[in-house]
Design a protein around this ligand. Structure first.
Ligand SMILES: Nc1nc2c(c(=O)[nH]1)N[C@H]1C(S)=C(S)[C@@H](COP(=O)(O)O)O[C@H]1N2
Ligand SMILES: [Mo]
Length: 299
């Protein structure tokens, strides 16, 4: 069944979003996005999605600056067409793939996921995407591959933030192969039924809903299948605070703050603090991946 985003979004939100668009702020940040049709996924939470305005105006995308409003202000300069992704390492079909070729044949779904930042705020986002496993199956993962490494675009002339050397660009992230193959792990190409806004990681980004938000790397240009644990940006910056796994875990505090609760972004109806759930509420689906691991050691 083919659904439009307005069919799968609760009406009050849809109206609210119309108002925001008419109001101008969201419109300025996200001009002329292409509509994407996608079926609603059974993996969706039934929690209320945040507004399009919240999702596109409160962002972390350090390539455009460290302020929450920097991505909405500056990501518009990023060219996302043409876009290609290098897929290399231990794969049967390595190469430089055009974005259209990466997406080709992958069933797009709307996945309404909880999304939890390590800074103890959260949102609910109606992503559009496909399972990373579908792409990995297509390029053929070779025996011996144990991890997947990802890199973001670095284009200084379009990204004012990369002039700051505090991050060793490109932004990088990684997953263990079983995490990458998990059906909850998606490559997202849009949200709210439209092509991905640039501040959210256009044209394609990772979304791993049971991990802290920084694992969900944006604007991906390289995917490598490797046999050793890859370096990741936040682990390189501060290994005592950010481990490779970075599973949402209310029982393992960040050294400088508690992870027991979170602030749901948004005002009025959707605002407020709530307890953080183990694996961000996806415990039933993913806990078995970590059987036998001490999550205080593998944080
Ligand atoms: N390339 C890149 N990807 C990134 C980041 C970044 O700075 N650069 N920030 C991460 C962090 S800390 C979070 S919380 C999420 C934010 O995603 P959102 O802006 O779509 O909510 O993106 C993640 N992916
Ligand atoms: Mo984050």
């Amino acid at each position: 069944m083919r659904l439009n985003w307005s069919d799968v979004t609760p009406k009050p939100l849809w109206l609210n979003r119309r108002k925001l668009m008419v109001g101008g702020a969201a419109l300025l940040a996200t001009p002329a996005l292409a509509k994407i049709e996608a079926a609603k996924s059974a993996y969706s939470t039934d929690e209320e999605p945040n507004s399009f305005g919240d999702i596109t105006s409160y962002n972390n995308f350090y390539e455009f600056g460290t302020g929450k409003d920097d991505p909405a202000a500056y990501a518009g300069a990023m060219t996302v067409d043409p876009w290609s992704i290098v897929i290399d390492g231990m794969v049967d079909k390595p190469g430089t793939y055009d974005l259209a070729d990466v997406v080709k044949g992958q069933p797009l779904e709307e996945r309404i996921y909880r999304f939890r930042c390590v800074e103890a705020w959260s949102m609910v986002v109606p992503w559009i995407g496909f399972q990373l496993s579908g792409l990995l199956d297509r390029v053929g993962v070779q025996p011996g591959a144990k991890f997947v490494a990802f890199e973001t675009l670095v284009r200084p002339e379009e990204m004012p933030g990369v002039a700051s050397p505090f991050i060793d660009w490109p932004y990088r992230e990684g997953l263990r192969l079983d995490e990458a193959m998990h059906p909850l792990t998606i490559m997202a190409t849009g949200l709210y039924g439209e092509a991905m806004p640039k501040q959210n990681g256009a044209p394609i980004r990772l979304v791993v809903p049971w991990k802290y938000g920084f694992k969900s790397i944006k604007s991906i240009v390289k995917i490598s299948l490797v046999d050793t644990m890859p370096q990741t940006t936040w682990n390189m910056l501060q290994p005592s605070e950010y481990g490779f796994y970075s599973n949402v875990n209310p029982k393992v505090d960040h050294p400088r703050w508690s992870q027991a609760s979170e602030r749901r972004i948004g005002s009025g109806l959707f605002g407020g603090r709530q307890d953080t759930l183990m694996f961000n509420g996806y415990e039933a689906e993913v806990a078995s991946l970590y059987a036998g691991q001490d999550l205080a050691v593998d944080y």
